[in-house]
Design a protein around this ligand. Structure first.
Ligand code: TYD
Length: 210
């Protein structure tokens, strides 16, 4: 029996997070770990509606509105999905969480860190992920990967300097919370990234069963 863990995955757009999420979840399920997989913004019916608005290219909004909606979706996500799942002993893997708000709304849009910290403590109290994996990649490379795949959403269509600021803010968060946030070089081949992820999972898994 392992105690339930909360894992979040982060990265700039095009970092390969989604591919890694799939193999990470497979790894956990092979270890018989009950795992709830979810995402932000989203993860609840209300959150998914907010996500549709937040990602819609045709929608414009103030940067603070954007931040408040991200945290509104998160409040709901915590209440309806994350906290109940952890309480039942399931592990939770979320494709993005609060570090994304510091990176995109803080770094990308330029909102003050203090305002985001206030929203963070209001929304989640002291709750933090047990492990956050940040897939790091130069913004140029991320942008090239995104354009190869699909139509760009409201964030993906932002200019290169926006994504550079997002990356810098992620790296700043990683320096602030080195115990929780692990940086993996996402320029490596997919299998090397996967191996690095599995190493982190194995340590967490062992820590949980000790
Ligand atoms: P993303 O997770 O990249 O999904 P997909 O792979 O389907 O494109 O899309 C979510 C977008 O939302 C991403 O560009 C980052 C942004 N975002 C924020 O700006 N702030 C946040 O707090 C969160 C959770 C996401």
């Amino acid at each position: 029996m392992t105690s339930a863990k909360f894992i979040t995955l982060e990265g700039i757009d095009g970092a390969g997070k989604t591919t890694q999420l799939e193999s990470l979840v497979k790894w956990l399920r092979e270890k018989q770990v009950t795992t709830v997989v979810t995402r932000e913004p989203g993860g609840t019916p209300l959150g998914e509606q907010l996500r549709a608005m937040l990602l819609d290219n045709a929608v414009t909004m103030h940067a603070e509105t954007e931040a408040l909606l991200m945290f509104a979706a998160r409040r709901e996500h915590l209440d309806k999905v994350i906290i109940p799942a952890l309480a039942q002993g399931s592990w939770v893997v979320s494709d993005r969480f609060t570090d994304a708000s510091f990176a995109y709304q803080g770094g990308g849009r330029g909102l003050q860190w203090e305002k985001l910290e206030a929203l963070e403590s209001w929304t989640q109290g002291l709750l933090q992920p047990d492990l956050t994996i940040y897939f790091d990649l130069p913004a140029e490379l991320g942008q090239r990967r995104v354009s190869a795949v699909k139509a760009r959403d409201r964030f993906e269509q932002e200019r290169l300097d926006f994504h550079q600021r997002v990356r810098e803010a992620y790296l700043l968060r990683a320096r602030q919370f080195p115990q929780r946030i692990h940086v993996i070089d996402a320029r490596q081949p997919v299998d090397a990234v996967k191996a690095a992820v599995e190493q982190l999972l194995a340590s967490l898994f062992e820590a949980g069963s000790a």
